[in-house]
Design a protein around this ligand. Structure first.
Ligand SMILES: NC(=O)c1ccc[n+]([C@@H]2O[C@H](COP(=O)([O-])OP(=O)(O)OC[C@H]3O[C@@H](n4cnc5c(N)ncnc54)[C@H](OP(=O)(O)O)[C@@H]3O)[C@@H](O)[C@H]2O)c1
Length: 389
């Protein structure tokens, strides 16, 4: 009988929507899946509760100003506390850890994701932004160091599962599905006057605020096109987007013989998280069961590229390569922050992204330093422009 080696897991961003779901999944997978490290940025109260329950070896509090509050809430001397962004890298590199779930939001996760790849870990990647901005670098480190990348994003998990039906060269196209967000049927005038509350009300998925806004602008799908390009080594011309408001078909792969293989499930992240942890095995878990007979109709339509300008931009960005993707992502992160803070309108988000891409002088060969420089430039540009819109 095959001996099961216990998996030691670090969760980067355990206090977020993905992080909390990952803990629920791990708990039901049994004693062979152990939580070794956790991280939070601001929410030290929740981190303290998680630490008490899961008894990790160490935790990272990435916002240095919150470390003392955490210490007060969790004085357990057996749990090592690592502080600041460096702490996230340290837990990603921990000797005993074999699996790192990356569930931090935004480009902030990049150094730790790279560090985990350099240490040859299994990376269960939810945090798509590092792949988008540094896909080439991350793939290189993964290959050199024998690391593995398993997608957690539901669409990419679906594609990953569908791809097992054929060979890479037999793929005709990847079809990423998108719910279309809350403004799929909005008029141009309604779109112009979207409020924060409306943008945060996603029709099918319950997620963190940044990705929820990204879904409303369809920037999330734009990032996912580039994510799929790197994950599956596929030219963007072979990656298409279809609106599927019910969020049941999580994505599809069409093969050269015309067969289309899809993965279906309820809109719930537990299944893709679990599959990234148990792959290549499938085990019973907490994911809700799909009852197609209760579903009614499943519908599909083409996205409106004039309304959701992030989608065509993603193809241009991927074809341009170099520092274009980092500017695309950083401008979006900064603009979403401005929108969440009530300083700009919803429609300004895409305008600021377009402005940054127009103004940016793309560098084609990229080091981590150049990526970080371009990232900082785009954020500064958005912040200064946001004051004048
Ligand atoms: N939610 C979903 O269903 C879903 C689906 C697919 C992909 N994703 C991707 O998964 C990632 C996480 O999404 P989410 O919805 O779980 O986000 P979220 O709920 O906002 O959680 C973000 C996590 O990152 C931490 N964090 C925030 N800023 C940080 C920083 N500067 N440095 C280090 N950690 C920081 C947060 O800590 P505190 O809360 O303690 O401040 C929290 O643990 C995103 O890249 C998203 O695109 C999410």
């Amino acid at each position: 009988m095959q001996k099961f080696v216990t998996k030691q897991i670090a969760i980067l961003g355990s206090t977020g929507s993905i992080g909390r779901n990952a803990l629920r999944v791990i708990e039901t997978l049994g004693p062979h899946y152990q939580v070794t490290a956790l991280s939070a940025h601001n929410n030290v109260r929740l981190l303290a509760r998680q630490a008490e329950r899961y008894k990790p070896e160490c935790v990272a509090v990435t916002n240095p100003d919150r470390v003392e509050s955490f210490r007060d809430l969790n004085p357990d001397p057996d749990i090592e506390i690592l502080a600041g962004p460096e702490g996230l890298i340290q837990i990603a590199e921990l000797e005993g850890v074999d699996t790192v779930i990356t569930a931090v939001v935004g480009a902030a996760g990049l150094p730790a994701v790279l560090a985990a790849a350099r240490k040859g870990k299994r990376l269960a990647i939810a945090n798509k932004e590092p792949l988008v901005i540094a896909g080439e670098l991350l793939k290189k480190e993964t290959q050199i160091n024998g690391a593995a990348i398993l997608p957690v994003d539901s669409e990419h998990s679906a594609v990953f599962q569908a791809l097992q039906s054929g060979r890479h060269e037999e793929v005709e196209r990847i079809i990423l599905t998108a719910s279309g967000g809350p403004f799929r049927q909005a008029s141009a005038e309604e779109f112009e006057n979207v409020t924060l509350e409306q943008a945060l009300a996603h029709p099918t998925w319950d997620m963190g605020p940044k990705i929820t806004i990204d879904s409303a602008t369809m920037m999330n799908k734009a990032l996912e096109i580039i994510e799929a390009h790197w994950l599956f080594d596929m030219p963007v011309e072979k990656i298409e987007v279809l609106i599927h408001p019910e969020s049941i078909v999580h994505s599809l792969v069409e093969f050269v013989d015309g067969s289309v293989i899809a993965q279906l499930g309820e809109p719930d992240m537990c299944l893709p998280i679990q599959y990234a942890l148990t792959y290549p095995a499938r085990v019973a878990g907490i994911a809700p069961r799909l009852r197609l007979e209760e579903m009614g109709k499943l519908t599909f339509e083409k996205p409106d590229l004039q309304m959701f300008r992030a989608l065509p931009l993603a193809y241009d960005v991927a074809r341009t390569g170099g520092t274009a993707a980092v500017v695309f992502n950083a401008a979006n992160e900064a603009a979403v922050e401005e929108f969440l803070a009530g300083r700009i309108k919803f429609v300004n988000i895409i305008e600021l992204i377009e402005h940054c891409l127009d103004k940016h002088d793309v560098k084609t060969t990229v080091s981590l330093e150049e990526l970080l420089e371009a990232d900082a430039w785009a954020r500064r540009e958005v912040t200064s422009l946001a004051c004048s819109v």
